[in-house]
Design a protein around this ligand. Structure first.
Ligand code: DSN
Length: 416
């Protein structure tokens, strides 16, 4: 692998870890909805001398000398994010999505304020008020779930909860909700109860950039995201907000909740944002959704139950209860045949998060690899064979062979 010569000399053990991980990625089918394969350009930017630089503060106003070049990187990242998403203000310094969310709360809320987010076990995110997270400790967290029948958000139900708990902030977005979200409807609920609206678009930011998902930016005071999921950048976070919150938001990121920004990652974010502004990225985003729908449909044709009956996004959720299986068992069985996915609670699941009744699949990474609807049907076939023949060494061995054949046709990072 190129670029590992020096690591191999200094630390052969870590060089081997990197080689092994690249091999794992190349030889398995990656269906984790929150993962992706960024471009070589993004990887290169993340591995540069920009990692050396302390740059606490913001471009033009730093607490360190020598920031003239990292300032350019951050200014480019900000300008590109603002243009791509039509945002009034952007902060590109959050180290991750959790930090983006925490800084947003620190900017907009007082400890003890009421927040209303989607229940984690029904598709929401850890940082939207769960008791184990600081958001659930600092704030009075209330939750909404998708409708029990449709398994989709019911905006009247959300409004009824909001009228009761009178949140200061309504939080939308999550990590396993497969459907588009009506941000205008949530804005109306927020306006009715006098709340702010924060949308965590971490999962679907690339779909918003590619215009295949409703756009939260016109409707929300704050939009947070990660940069490494559908957006296909480096691991990191970002916040978009209205101009009137700009100063306070920047202050909430630094010095409020972070110290020195990761300038190599900010440069890589700039590269990814440039890539995401190109027409081929919009086509990529369209293909992610086409693939996700094809995968959902093919799994359904093979008798698996898809939560909410389908998907509008990059992800789908399979309910394993009709098969009498748990997410944990299926995750392990899939891993055994070189298909990587993750166990996930389904709405109103009675199993704990370490077991779950569901498995989540996402198409961003396989789409980056060049796979299309035809390959999604083959993957559905393989998944169905696994879940219907759990523990059969014969079937597992056949599926493993078919996975190897499939991935061989889609080289990953061939030049590495
Ligand atoms: N952990 C991410 C996911 O897999 O959805 C969200 O932060």
């Amino acid at each position: 692998m190129s670029g590992l010569d020096e690591i191999a000399k200094v630390d052969p053990e870590i060089a081997q870890v990197v080689r092994d991980e690249l091999n794992r990625l190349r030889h398995k089918i990656e269906l984790i909805a929150s993962e992706n394969f960024p471009s070589r350009a993004v990887l290169e930017a993340a591995g540069t001398v920009l990692t050396n630089k302390y740059a606490e503060g913001y471009p033009g106003h730093r607490w360190y000398g020598g920031c003239e070049y990292v300032d350019v990187a951050e200014e480019l990242a900000i300008a590109r994010a603002k243009a791509l998403f039509g945002a009034e203000h952007t902060n590109v310094q959050p180290h991750a999505g959790a930090q983006a969310n925490l800084a947003t709360y620190f900017c907009a809320l007082e400890p003890g304020d009421t927040i209303l987010g989607m229940d984690k076990s029904a598709g929401g995110h850890l940082t939207h008020g769960t008791p184990a997270n600081i958001s659930g400790v600092l704030y009075d967290a209330h939750f909404y779930c998708p409708n029990r029948e449709t398994e989709m958000l019911d905006y009247e139900e959300i409004a009824a909860i909001a009228r009761k708990c009178r949140p200061r902030m309504i939080i939308a977005g999550g990590s396993s909700y497969p459907r588009d979200i009506d941000f205008a409807a949530l804005r109306a609920v927020a306006d009715e109860v006098g709340a702010m609206l924060m949308v965590d678009m971490a999962h679907f930011a690339g779909l918003v950039a590619g215009k295949v998902h409703s756009d939260p930016v016109p409707h929300a005071e704050f939009v947070t995201t990660t940069t490494h999921k559908t957006l296909r950048g480096p691991r990191g976070g970002m916040i978009l907000c209205r101009e009137r919150f700009a100063r306070e938001l920047d202050h909430a990121v630094f010095p409020g909740t972070q110290g020195g920004p990761l300038m190599h990652i900010i440069a890589a974010k700039a590269v990814a944002l440039l890539e995401a502004s190109r027409p081929e990225f919009a086509e990529y985003a369209r293909q992610i959704v086409r693939n996700s729908r094809a995968l959902a449909e093919a799994l359904r044709d093979r008798g698996l139950r898809i939560v909410s009956g389908g998907t509008d996004t990059h992800l789908l959720l399979v309910d394993l209860r009709p098969l009498g299986l748990t997410g944990d068992e299926v995750e392990k069985a899939l891993d055994d045949v070189k298909i990587t996915a993750n166990k996930n609670n389904v709405p109103f699941d009675d199993k704990p998060p370490a077991v779950t009744s569901g498995v989540r699949f996402g198409t961003p990474a396989v789409t980056t690899r060049g796979m299309r609807e035809e390959e999604m049907v083959e993957i559905a076939d393989l998944v169905a064979l696994v879940v219907r023949n759990m523990g059969s060494p014969d079937v597992m061995s056949r599926v493993r062979g078919r996975v190897e054949e499939l991935v061989a046709g889609f080289p990953l990072y061939p030049e590495l």
